[in-house]
Design a protein around this ligand. Structure first.
Ligand code: DPP
Ligand code: ZN
Length: 876
């Protein structure tokens, strides 16, 4: 496999100013005619015109009307030496969209044509300098059978349409903004539209459209509301306005990613667009709002200013994730106040810890701006996205909201219409604020999760508290990072003490800037021995190593004035408890939950002052994949035993309280997506989870009742999940009832697949989950060609069910499935392949079967670069 390096970047010798595309659409053989207007790049070393292709049939190539005498042509590359400063290339290509199961480039889905071009899909449509710094103006003509494909869409504005012979018709679109090829899109299908006109901040009227299959039209309302809110928010928070006359979103059922920000024509995986109370959970509603906003925000951060090369991916993704996180937080806070904002922060950190921390400790570890890759599709990672967003958040924390806004304004003033680098972004932040951010830039080149440790010393006589912070990064790099560390000090009554540092006093939280390996601060006027609350709001993406005893954790769990840290204290106490139990399980000792933990947990459960959404977060155990990562060696069976013990034990001991609280959480009236109701449903469902885990008959009955009477999907799925994650006798009949109710609803069936693939084995005599997963592979509603189905069933097993998956049988099954998926869809296969990359951290017995499975895949024939990179790096 070939390695691409960031250091090798060269500007294009020939740029494209205009592209004229013509598609004669046909599922079996689509003819693509392309005319490129070429210009020599005066700022680049001289070189040939380079066009890239992938699985294309070249029909003809002409330069300035003539077949070039000396073009060098391979399967993936055309090089032509050109004279002069301008040229025109005419290229005819034939492709087979119906055979394109990789879903990259132009493909068919349920009778329509759709595209996905990021990162390198455009070269699967036509020969092109397919890289993000080649920005051109596009005119696109689509021609297709009118009865089968009545709707023909592409980027920009509709400039012509009409009838053709033989029942065919055409539409011509022109995008006024130069764009890279990865933002090209077309759709040709039988679709219906939900549309709305709104007026933007400068008084322009714009048309918003959401296109879906007719039957799904009634499910587009929430997405439309979300889009309007996103447009308003970007105007208010960043002064950024929609720049198009028309903004379209199209839903598609077969899609590798969540959604794609093509200029003016976003294409969405239907699971992130379509929702009704009966088909979507509260979590789905929140994800849809966030992703609609995310893709819309890309219109500025990504499209108007794009990436120079793919190593800069976090330039647009980290920044846009940060923007969507802030948007969601503001939306939640508008209705649910600061507590709802804290819950959003907790959610985001849960994701970071569960997905990004393990990635950063394994063979795929990379800086948010990688230095090399083999297959760029493998670098749409939690590191580039979620850690990237944390890096942007730190900039806002350091510069303040206004300073950050000034930096954004300067970034657009300087770079609108350009393809730029992460350095350019940080330079705009630095210059707009008159601040040297050279040290901060190290966050862009440092892989691994830094560790932060703290030690405090209280001097009662001097009334001072001396805090020493130290940082450590894994690997060779010993240069210190600039880490913003928000701290508070708690008094014995649990309240924040005022913080005085060098004569200046802050009420509760103070931001320290740690910019050396070790640094000390002395707080004065500290009247009592304080308890430290470190890294409030998770002010930096680090692992904080705190040496707190049980009593301190229990104290912070009850009192920390920072809601994030209060939650985090509970998580730490839970982690300590679970890992202790897992060690006992691994050693064959009897399991007993420590009473100190039970007492602290009981107090938290009894706290009636807590907002329900926060309460649900605080009482939920840390995720299994996060815990597995914290365990040495990782022993999924022992961890599962520990988790089951703890859930059962807490469920039983507090059975009456869980039941009362469950009843208190009932929401009356019609479904609303509102933080208050969402929080109540989350807490009510969590109560059912503990009760059913404990095998409480009253819990089974309550879950069965809620399942039968549910007025919305959150209640229905919450109850079903509680039954499935238990030994309830109602388990199978509830699953069957759910299936019967939604038998023709493919999106909802994904939930049904995922739930079963993720099921724990509460009855030790029951068959392993693998048996059920194998059965479901043959279920008529399953299709290995549909990414959502694969993510639900195989992802639900490989990634969301470590306690069942990690066994020699599970690993052999994994190898078999990866080889099969590789032949269908390399991107999807590579995602699933990542489930074994951390194999070296497991117990020796599991390492052996994992290694065998990885070697089986590595040795298989026809391995895609996508999967080859993942297994190759794992085995290296
Ligand atoms: N569509 C994906 C996203 O928005 C990749 N750009 O993150
Ligand atoms: Zn994105």
């Amino acid at each position: 496999p070939q390695t691409i390096r960031r250091a090798d970047y060269q500007p294009l010798a020939w740029t494209v100013t205009d592209v004229d595309l013509h598609f004669a659409l046909d599922p079996a053989a689509t003819l693509v005619r392309s005319r490129l207007t070429l210009k020599r790049n005066p700022r680049a070393p001289a070189g040939p015109l380079v066009l890239l292709g992938d699985e294309l049939e070249l029909v003809s190539l002409q330069i300035d009307g003539r077949t070039p005498a000396a073009a060098r042509i391979t399967d993936t590359r055309i090089e032509v030496d050109l004279d002069g400063d301008t040229a025109t290339a005419d290229i005819v290509t034939r492709i087979a969209p119906a055979k394109n199961t990789a879903l990259s480039g132009l493909y068919t889905s349920r009778g329509g044509f759709f595209t996905q071009c990021e990162a390198e899909g455009f070269r699967r449509i036509t020969w092109f300098p397919d890289r993000p710094d080649a920005m051109a103006r596009y005119t696109v003509t689509l021609e297709a059978d009118k009865a089968s494909y009545p709707v023909l869409l592409s980027n920009g504005n509709l400039v012509g349409h009409g009838e053709l012979a033989d029942g065919r018709h055409f539409a011509r679109w022109q995008d006024p903004f130069p764009k890279p090829s990865y933002l090209f899109a077309l759709v040709a299908a039988d679709l219906a539209v939900n549309e709305r006109r709104i007026t933007t901040m400068s008084g322009r009227e714009v048309l918003l459209q959401i296109w879906t299959e007719t039957a799904a039209l009634e499910r587009t309302g929430h997405a439309m509301e979300s889009l309007v809110r996103a447009i308003r928010w970007d105007e208010e928070r960043f002064g950024l306005e929609l720049d198009l006359e028309r903004f379209m979103i199209v839903a598609v059922s077969d899609f590798n990613m969540g959604a794609m920000e093509n200029k003016g024509l976003n294409i969405f995986n239907s699971k992130l667009l379509l929702a009704t109370p009966d088909t979507a959970t509260d979590v789905d509603y929140e994800s849809i709002e966030a992703v609609v906003a995310h893709e819309y925000f890309h219109n500025w951060t990504g499209n108007r200013v794009t990436c120079r090369d793919w190593f800069q991916l976090t330039l647009k993704e980290g920044l846009t994730v940060f923007r969507d996180q802030e948007f969601t937080a503001d939306m939640l806070a508008a209705e649910g106040g600061d507590s709802a904002r804290a819950v959003k922060r907790i959610d985001d950190v849960r994701v970071l810890r569960a997905a990004q921390f393990p990635e950063d400790a394994g063979p795929m570890a990379h800086p948010i701006r990688p230095d090399s890759y083999q297959e760029i599709n493998n670098f749409y990672t939690a590191t580039v996205y979620e850690k990237g967003a944390e890096v942007i958040r730190m900039l806002q924390t350091l510069l303040g909201r206004d300073g950050f806004r000034k930096g954004m304004d300067l970034y657009f003033a300087r770079h609108d219409g350009q393809a730029v680098t992460c350095d350019d972004f940080v330079a705009a932040m630095a210059d707009a604020n008159g601040r040297d951010l050279t040290q901060f830039l190290r966050w862009y080149s440092r892989p691994g999760t830094p560790r932060l440790s703290a030690s405090g010393r209280y001097d009662a006589a001097a009334q001072t508290y001396t805090l020493t912070l130290a940082q450590r990064s894994a690997g060779a790099a010993d240069e210190a990072l600039l880490i913003p560390v928000a701290v508070g000090l708690l008094g014995a009554d649990g309240r924040d003490l005022p913080l005085t540092l060098a004569g200046a006093t802050a009420p509760g939280t103070r931001l320290l800037e740690l910019d050396a390996a070790e640094q000390t601060w002395t707080f004065t006027g500290v009247a009592e021995r304080p308890v430290l609350s470190l890294l409030r709001g998770f002010s930096a993406p680090v692992i904080a190593d705190l040496d707190e005893d049980d009593a301190t954790l229990a104290f912070r769990m009850a009192h920390d004035g920072d809601p994030f840290n209060r939650w985090d204290a509970a998580q730490r106490f839970m982690e300590r408890t679970v890992l202790g139990l897992a060690a006992d399980a691994a050693a064959g000792r009897p399991l007993a939950t420590p009473e100190a933990f039970v007492a602290a947990f009981g107090a938290l459960l009894a706290d009636d002052a807590l907002d329900p959404a926060f309460h649900a977060q605080a009482l939920a155990l840390p995720g299994e994949s996060y815990l597995l990562e914290r365990m040495t060696p990782a022993d999924p069976a022992a961890l599962r035993t520990a988790l089951m013990h703890l859930l059962r034990d807490l469920g039983k001991r507090f059975a009456a309280d869980w039941l009362d609280r469950h009843l208190d959480c009932r929401v009356a009236g019609d479904y609303r997506y509102h933080p208050r109701d969402v929080g109540l449903r989350a807490l009510g469902n969590l109560c059912l989870r503990y009760l059913c885990a404990a095998g409480e008959l009253a819990g089974f009955a309550a879950a069965e009742r809620q399942f039968a009477q549910a007025g919305n999907m959150s209640e229905r799925l919450g109850a079903l999940g509680a039954l499935v994650h238990s030994a309830a006798p109602q388990r199978d009949s509830a699953l069957a009832a759910f299936h019967a109710h939604y038998a023709t609803d493919t999106l909802v069936l994904d939930k049904w697949f995922a739930l079963q693939a993720g099921a724990w084995r509460w009855d030790p005599a029951a068959a392993p989950t693998l048996a059920r997963v194998r059965q479901l592979l043959a279920h008529p509603a399953f299709a290995a060609t549909n990414p959502n189905k694969v993510y639900a069933l195989l992802g639900g097993y490989f990634r969301a069910n470590p306690g069942e998956f990690h066994s020699p049988d599970g690993h052999a099954f994994w190898a078999e499935q990866i080889v099969a998926l590789n032949a269908i869809n390399p991107q999807v296969a590579a995602r699933m392949a990542r489930a074994l990359e951390r194999w070296r951290s497991f117990t020796p017995a599991l390492q052996a079967s994992m290694r065998r499975a990885l070697e089986t895949v590595a040795a298989s024939e026809g391995l895609s670069p996508d999967v080859a990179e993942i297994v190759g790096k794992a085995l290296a």
